[in-house]
Write a protein that binds this ligand. Sequence first.
Ligand SMILES: [Zn+2]
Length: 426
Amino acid sequence: MNKALRPIKVARAAGTGASTVVECCQVCGHAPLEQVLSLGYMPPPNRLTPVGQAPKQQSWYPTNFLYCGLCGLAQLGVVIDPAIVFPPEFPYTTGNTKALRDNFAELYRECSAMLGLAAGDLVVDVGSNDGTLLANFRTPGHRVLGIEPTDVGDIANTREIPTIKRYFTLDVAREVKREHGPASVITATNCFAHIEDVHGIMEAIVELLKPDGVFISESHYLMSLLDGLQYDTIYHEHLRYYSIASLKYLFQMHDMELFHVRPIPTHGGSIRVYAAKRGTRTIEESVGRMLAAELTGNAMAEKLSAFGRQVMLSKLRLLSMLRDLKEKGARIAAIGAAARATTLLHYVGLDEAIIDYVCEVSGSLKIGQCMPGTQIPVVDEARLFSDQPDCALLFSWHIADQLAPMLKAKQFRGRIIVPLPMPRIL
Ligand SMILES: [Zn+2]
């Protein structure tokens, strides 16, 4: 990358044990950024404390959602040291979520058909979690390597998905290249928006890729967030909220280009993008089509302003609905202790007096802990069916179509509340 293009005012939070304010766009360096919305102060979304432990002092961070009018990137107003946001005991495993398992199997089918991978080709997954994605590539005989800084990487190693427990940096890319050769494919799903030094990760990708190699990334999509009022996906793991325009800008800065993009359903509306070194691949019509559908200028400014107002109204309506239920003495449990639940809890102002417990599927590492910044316990979902509270509030509302029939099939008799985009009772 041309160093002159790098944003010059970026302060780094990594290693500080604290947070730093974002003074200019993380991709293009433009300032000032426009504030779309403030969700207030939040605890780190994956810092859970064991049930029964007395609450201790903890740092909370401002959660402001900013937009760059130059490159089209939305981003948080502060960046927190990743050691705080992604502690070694990070309790999230991809393999527990069927939608993600299915998505990664589909990613493998799509990219192997499109790229024509050979048996010995090296596939590297950045932020490889428990190895769920790479397992799809290993079975047909590709060489696979995961890079995952948290202890979840140990699970992948026990599943015989070789995994390096490090952050992905230029140095790590060079080491991997020395030991394993260049990569035909590098994937980064649901982490490409999480890593603070986006230009550092791009340099590492360019270093490790073969000249005709392909980078595939999946991220939550800014336009889905805005259209679906998914403010609960705004939290301190997600530093950036990509539009196709902002990704195009980013890849151009590193002499790469997008050659295929498409919407995928994960996390309530994500994008899968394929990029390669400039001029090495035919650019599919999908790129121009999705770019043309994105709003810019005044139309985008109006969209962002309407989004802010609708988020505020959604919160008030949910509070009003829950107040009516609590006035009648209803007991309310919640479903899904994902990071997005932390945003919803704290922005709306829910606590252990309102929500009795949050259910997770058996095997979740969050069971036995309290939701961040509250004393709401996370329990095995079996409790919902034996306890039969009056209402189940779906924190995982983006998969309400699958969850609601499943809860009914397992004989849950209470009412099911879908909190977003506007609260409703099923
Ligand atoms: Zn920008």
